[in-house]
Design a protein around this ligand. Sequence first.
Ligand code: FAD
Ligand code: MG
Length: 362
Amino acid sequence: MKFIILFDNIPLVMKKSVYKLFFIFLTAAFFSQSCAEGEKEYHKADFALGTVCSVKIYTNKGGREVEKIFGKVFSELNRLEEIFSANSGHSVLQNVNDNAGKKSVEVPAELYSLLERAVYFAQKTDSAFNPAIGAVVKLWNIGMENPSVPTEENLKKALKKIDYKKIELKNGSVFLTEEGMQLDLGGIAKGYAADCIKTILLGEGIERGIIDLGGNVCTIGLKQDGSPWRVGIRNPVIGNDRSSAAYLEVSDKTVVTSGDYERFFEKDGKIYHHILSSKTGYPAENDLRAVTIVADTSADADALSTSFFVLGLEKSLQLIKSFPGVSAAFFMKDNSVTLAGKKLEVFKILDDKLFIRDNLMQ
Ligand code: FAD
Ligand code: MG
């Protein structure tokens, strides 16, 4: 067995500390299994989409061929960033935002269809998931440089600019009908990117692998011995970064978690995290600490994990009924875990403090 790690192209501007990134990198490798004769395990991690993106594949292709495949994968991530980023001055999304209240912008088909999907989730969740939340996200700037608690006045102004119903999608073009509106697809585009990478790998004949885009995990096929992949869920308790809270086993599924520990800052002893309520403009506050979704597509799982995190447990338990095939684990602040949706064969708690309160999976 050969295990190579290619870790290059680290940009100078890193948003997370090297320590944290290195930790995530190790975590991603933690559950790796040795592969059987003939196949080798290859792993590449790099920074993209503001996070560490790690891809592990198992193949009997040669090293050069694998390097080409990894090249395609990471160019794809850069390409997607050029379209979907709300943080770069020159993405297609930014162009749509810059033209808010002015004119309609023709966009690539994949941005158009991801926006349609995002609007679908906004409708399903009564704006709990909101792709037009950009004005409020920018005001807080959580996870970026100099986050701050906005003034009530600024928040009030920004809240007037986040009505997703004012996203006009027509004939391949997008128009934000009010000046100052800003799209933000941070809650769904990482998932979409994971789906794109999976498609590339399948197209290259890769039958086994794991994609991890900063916690958006996508699995391909089964392990060589025919058993499912084991995916660890990061401990949602802030300060417990080093441990896994639980693991589950899946094949050909995606596992996506949203939590208040992912990006946050502290001010006057209070923690402010990055998943915001369209109603208040403040970080969504309920009894949830994190939500993990298992589904077929990572874009949907990403949107659902963000949606459920904002909605809270009770509303999410209602909503999940309209998503057959989706499983969810709700990690609550009181350390209880509720499981709902489609039954998972294996879900195991690893942290002694956590306990399963309800298993509603069917
Ligand atoms: P999720 O729960 O999946 O999503 C939370 C994110 O969604 C928030 O950060 C915000 O962007 C948005 N959001 C907040 N509230 C809501 C809501 N109610 N409804 C819908 N969406 C909401 N990070 C960097 O630091 N630097 C970068 O240059 C950078 N570039 C990126 C480019 C792309 C194309 C993408 C997809 C992400 C990028 N990111 C970057 C990361 C991004 O800013 C988010 O932090 C990240 O997507 C959050 O993922 P999550 O899984 O932690 O949380
Ligand atoms: Mg999400």
